[in-house]
Design a protein around this ligand. Sequence first.
Ligand SMILES: CC(C)(COP(=O)(O)OP(=O)(O)OC[C@H]1O[C@@H](n2cnc3c(N)ncnc32)[C@H](O)[C@@H]1OP(=O)(O)O)[C@@H](O)C(=O)NCCC(=O)NCCS
Length: 270
Amino acid sequence: MDSSDAALPDVPSPALVWRNGPANLGLNGNAVHVWRIPLSVSSDRMDALKILLSSDETCRIERARSQQVKRRFLISRGILRELLARYLGTEPAEIKFKYNAHGKPSLDDEHASWPLKFNLSHSGDLALVAVAVGRDIGVDVEYCRAGSVGDRMRVARRYFSTSEYTFLDRLPVEDRVDSFYRLWTCKEAFIKATGLGLTVPLSSFDIDLEDSIRPVLVADEGGGNTNQWILQHLVPGEGYAGAVAVNGRDLSVSCWQWSTYALAERRPLL
Ligand SMILES: CC(C)(COP(=O)(O)OP(=O)(O)OC[C@H]1O[C@@H](n2cnc3c(N)ncnc32)[C@H](O)[C@@H]1OP(=O)(O)O)[C@@H](O)C(=O)NCCC(=O)NCCS
């Protein structure tokens, strides 16, 4: 932990509790909200979400290669709309997105009166949505699939930086898979926050996992100012790893559960 992190308020433990979201979302400039969204929903709920989507989103579902991809996109995009609508005080179907050259969605300029930024990730039966005001933000969740330590080390050797691989290699064997996923999700969250995605080689920057809650981005071949980023591990559920990356310092990350979160009438959603 570096000395500036020591002063941060309310740094949660890695065993994060995902509480039901408050009625008043109250997102201020130093707050980061991360929402955990279960993707197992009823077919009635799917129908209700489908009508929130735009025509280009519906076309994307039609083009998707598998039922699993269609279903995951429909549910996560529909709930993303519901969630952002709560912050913006508008209707979910009214939200318009734009995309950067690498496919990162953001709110269209017509919502520019409030510089809300967000990012979404999905894996297995979960999605995470991270939201902040006026800060680049990226989030990643990974379902930790079965596989050997050797498989993970081969991936790390191929894609991670030399110092990250060396860090994993020096760990006791039983700790390597967990640390592999922690590194992986931090790295994905960071490249997603920049908006550049996998056009940034994963080996071109280093993440130091020594701080078990807030790892540090220590070196970036691109010459970026690594001090400007906060990374935080998330524990989205049994068998999942996650991380959020946000541009800025002195931020406070809150984790909220969406499944039982109420819409305007505070009804259960599922
Ligand atoms: C972004 C990327 C790292 C996502 O990896 P992943 O682990 O498979 O997927 P995740 O579930 O974590 O995230 C997917 C979500 O991230 C968001 N996203 C898409 N592109 C993104 C980008 N460049 N940066 C940040 N977020 C992005 C979307 O909301 C997407 O969800 P959707 O597919 O439901 O719209 C990867 O797809 C990538 O590098 N894409 C860029 C490729 C590119 O440059 N394409 C150019 C033509 S569009």
